[in-house]
Design a protein around this ligand. Structure first.
Ligand code: FPP
Length: 246
């Protein structure tokens, strides 16, 4: 039962509006069971569903999940194709349910690198869920934060070269609005599973003032209870944004 935790969240108030998650530990989960790594990723799909549903129940507005990094392209080709197949399977299996739950899915990252089938699936889920009003679900796929920042710099430089932007107008807002995450506020809370204390090239700009929550639980074992525990922990934090408390 999770009602107890949800009730505590409601009493505490101040639910994080944007939660970002580094879903880590699929490989270790599989190894602990003597299984090949893709089995861990498959088990991780269930945790994605848990966390999406938990986010809706708790009243989170934006959930950003790190599903596949640019660096992950260096993994063995069998693991990459298993992950891409899972992505397509996830989309085929979940699109109707996500749509009926009011979830709008967005895919952030370099989608040019995706195989045609995966790219078509990504375009399909974005198209079929675009009117979702309850939760924005951002799946970061073929994403790295440094590449995102380099892309933003390139886009700004193009505007300067075209004469639509002056050098002196380049400020934080100019960068912010060229990030994949431009439509959403910065994450309030970053959760990382599997007990690793790293940000791993994820949302480096956007996490400037996020509260961090690290849990030892491996991603496939995550349930909505873990999300609720993280939210409760967040609700006890004193966020000062570099200022002093009144
Ligand atoms: C990190 O674990 C996880 C990934 C690289 C993939 C994440 C994918 C999923 C959760 C399943 C599919 C999700 C969607 C949205 C379709 P790791 O492999 O680095 O684990 P390790 O650190 O234990 O080796």
């Amino acid at each position: 039962m999770t009602d107890d935790l949800l009730a505590q969240i409601r009493v505490a108030g101040g639910v994080p509006r944007h939660v970002a998650v580094i879903m880590d530990g699929n490989g270790r989960w599989a190894r602990e069971r003597g299984l090949p790594r893709p089995f861990g990723h498959r088990a991780g799909m269930k945790a994605v569903r848990e966390v999406v549903e938990g986010a809706i129940e708790a009243g989170v507005e934006v959930l950003t999940l790190f599903a596949f990094s640019e660096e992950n392209w260096q993994r063995p080709v069998t693991e990459i194709s298993a992950l891409m197949q899972l992505l397509e399977e996830y989309i085929a299996r979940e699109v109707a349910e996500l749509h009926s739950q009011g979830v709008a899915v967005h895919v952030l990252g370099d989608r040019e690198r995706l195989a045609p089938g995966a790219r078509a699936a990504v375009e399909r889920i974005e198209r079929e869920t675009r009117d979702g009003q309850r939760l924005a679900l951002n799946l970061c796929i073929s994403y790295s934060s440094r590449a995102e920042l380099a892309r933003a710099a390139r886009l700004i430089a193009e505007d300067v070269l075209k004469g639509v932007k002056r050098l002196e107008d380049i400020d934080e807002e100019a960068v912010r609005e060229r990030l994949y995450t431009a439509p959403w506020r910065d994450p309030d809370l970053l959760i990382r599973t599997s007990g690793e204390y790293r940000v791993s090239n994820f949302l480096l700009w956007q996490l400037a003032y996020a509260e961090l929550y690290i849990t030892p639980v491996l991603w496939p074992d995550v349930t909505r209870r873990d999300l609720f525990q993280a939210i409760l922990d967040y609700q006890r934090r004193d966020r000062r944004f570099g200022r002093v408390t009144a």
